[in-house]
Design a binder for this molecule. Structure first.
Ligand code: NAD
Ligand code: ZN
Length: 358
């Protein structure tokens, strides 16, 4: 079909303290005493206040997940195998509490518990046949839009690619901005800039339409308030959480662009995390996004963020080649950014030069 018919999160709660709605929400989804809820929780919270507030019943289980590295297909397979061995019945659902890393893992595990084979075989578009288990997402850091998207981005043995499917989208999201108040400044900036860059790439892209524009403009306005204004912390947390949501909705009906295509390459070759990778690339993209890059520089200055330098300085020729090839493989992103004639505009040599600046 020419037109996308994409699923939206059917249920969402918003508000400071809304995390406590979880008990009531899950009680309606429980499939019996022997079908536990599995909570995947960012391990930053281990030993802190949050795990004690999780409404555990019967055989429910909390698994702490490190967000140090981006999620891998193998990690999904291991979690699924562990859960199948550990519990007699399929879980009632999977609840992800964390940033994009943990949210994506929760989505992927809920898909793989009801589909056969390895996670890597589902990387792509619409390869999932069976509906996923019930899954809910509770972001604890704002920016990726993973809470609203129909993808879960995974590093597989041969590629970094999402499981894009109608079954990926969360059944329930709880947006409690209070959970984000402990995010360290630099991480807040990097993940927040993921949202800002989603807006710029969507709004400046050739795929833009009124649907994407309406969400993208709102998200961009919120980002400007948060990163260039002087909002009180609580208002900034609330607004960045909604910016992330709207940014995700904007790219759902358009696409990201040059920064994401390049950042995927960095992540694949060097393990660079998505938020900082986007920032490292975006600062050099003035020829594609002049206004966006100027705003980004202002935001860097205001928050006194020093981005690392020299990431690609000592790469061997074949490594640079890999960066270029992985990045050029993201065809829809280039087409969105530069139009149908993009291959004439973005040759490998030009892209290599851009990478060399990072
Ligand atoms: P993240 O999940 O990688 O977490 C970043 C850091 O913040 C971690 O150290 C984590 O422990 C810490 N953290 C999270 N919440 C915290 C809190 N409340 N207090 C203190 N520390 C906290 O960060 P991210 O930028 O949200 O996610 C990046 C991932 O999201 C990447 O794997 C990327 O591929 C994925 N992503 C997915 C989509 C999608 O649509 N599915 C979109 C964009 C990015
Ligand atoms: Zn992104």
């Amino acid at each position: 079909m020419k037109f996308k018919n994409f699923p939206m999160v059917p249920r969402v709660v918003f508000g400071r303290g809304s995390f406590y709605a979880l008990d009531e929400i899950l009680s309606k989804q429980r499939k019996g005493n022997k079908a536990p809820f599995i909570f995947l929780v960012d391990d930053w919270f281990e030993g802190k206040y949050l795990p004690e507030q999780i409404p555990l019943r019967y055989d429910d289980e909390v698994l702490f997940i490190s967000a140090e590295k981006e999620p891998k297909t193998k990690q999904v397979d291991q979690l699924v195998e562990y859960l199948r061995n550990q519990h007699e019945n399929l879980p009632s659902g999977i609840i992800g509490i964390g940033g994009g890393t943990v949210l994506d893992l929760a989505k992927a595990v809920s898909i793989m518990l009801s589909n056969p084979g390895k996670a890597e075989t589902y990387q792509g578009w619409d390869l999932v046949k069976e509906p996923s288990l019930y899954h809910a997402g509770i972001p604890t850091i704002s920016g990726t839009g993973a809470e609203v998207s129909r993808t879960t981005v995974l590093l597989g043995p041969t590629k970094k690619l999402g499981i894009n499917s109608d079954y990926t989208t969360f059944d329930q999201v709880i947006l409690d901005p209070k959970l984000t108040e402990t995010v360290p400044k630099e991480q807040w900036f990097y993940t927040g800039m993921d949202c800002f860059i989603h807006c710029i790439e969507s709004l400046e892209g050739t795929y833009l339409n009124a649907f994407s524009q309406s969400y993208g403009e709102k998200a961009l306005a919120l980002c400007k308030e948060v990163f260039l204004g002087d909002l009180p912390p609580e208002e900034a947390q609330d607004k960045l959480m909604m910016a992330s949501w709207h940014g995700g909705m904007s790219i759902a009906y358009s696409q990201v662009g040059v920064a994401h295509a390049m950042s995927y390459g960095l992540s694949y070759l060097l393990g660079t995390k998505h938020g900082i990778g986007n920032c490292l690339v975006f600062q050099h993209l003035e020829e594609f996004y002049p206004k966006g890059v100027a705003l980004f520089q202002k935001m860097l200055e205001k928050h006194q963020i020093d981005l690392p330098t020299g990431l690609c300085a000592n790469l061997a020729a074949d490594e640079l080649d890999t960066l270029v090839q992985v990045s050029l493989g993201m065809k829809p992103l280039w087409e969105n950014a530069l139009g149908t004639d993009w291959e004439n505009e973005m040759c490998p040599e030009r892209l290599r030069k851009l990478f060399e600046r990072i």
